[in-house]
Design a protein. Structure first.
Length: 183
């Protein structure tokens, strides 16, 4: 469902990259072993139409990924993702969780719930000396450039970049290990 919706918009989606798929499989397995994993599904007429994947830890439900069947829009019903999120929040309250983290940035689909925002500050530590300074400048400078581009470039440029990246095969250094892809 997730991939279909994003591909219909001309975007690759989170599961396009085999490394991300492997990451989510590994995270899900680790969270399941610890009792943190949460999967919620909304069924309509016996068919799963929306899903939400996350984990509960420290009194907080962290929503990692969600999907809904974008082509299923029964009359008189709001978005299936919105309905499922409401059900998940209600279930989280019953479970005794105190906070629901949307994760992944600000969007209307998140702020309509009366959310509060907080910002994460990245801190970098490096070794003393020239080599440490060079490594710091290269990585911090690249990250700052990417952050600037995301906030200042026109949307059409960002969209074109995403389309281009989704069409090119991963370079050998960027591919997921073979044993991770087939799991």
């Amino acid at each position: 469902m997730h991939q279909e919706r994003w591909q219909a918009r001309g975007l690759p989606g989170s599961f396009h990259d085999p490394r991300k798929r492997a990451f989510y499989r590994d995270v899900a397995a680790a969270f399941l072993c610890r009792g943190w994993l949460r999967f919620y599904h909304l069924e309509v007429d016996g068919v799963t139409r929306a899903s939400q994947f996350g984990f509960a830890f420290g009194g907080v439900l962290h929503s990692l990924q969600e999907a809904f069947e974008y082509s299923f829009c029964p009359p008189g019903v709001g978005g299936l993702g919105v309905i499922l999120r409401g059900m998940v929040i209600r279930e989280s309250i019953r479970e005794g969780l105190k906070t629901y983290y949307f994760l992944g940035g600000l969007q209307d689909s998140k702020t309509r719930w009366g959310t509060s925002t907080h910002y994460v500050q990245r801190i970098r530590l490096g070794a003393a000396g020239y080599a440490g300074c060079l490594a710091f400048a290269l990585t911090a400078g690249w990250d700052m450039t990417k952050d600037w581009g995301r906030t200042h470039l026109p949307e059409w440029v960002l969209k074109a970049r995403r389309r281009w990246r989704s069409r090119r095969p991963p370079s050998p250094g960027r591919q997921a290990p073979e044993e991770m892809v087939g799991r």
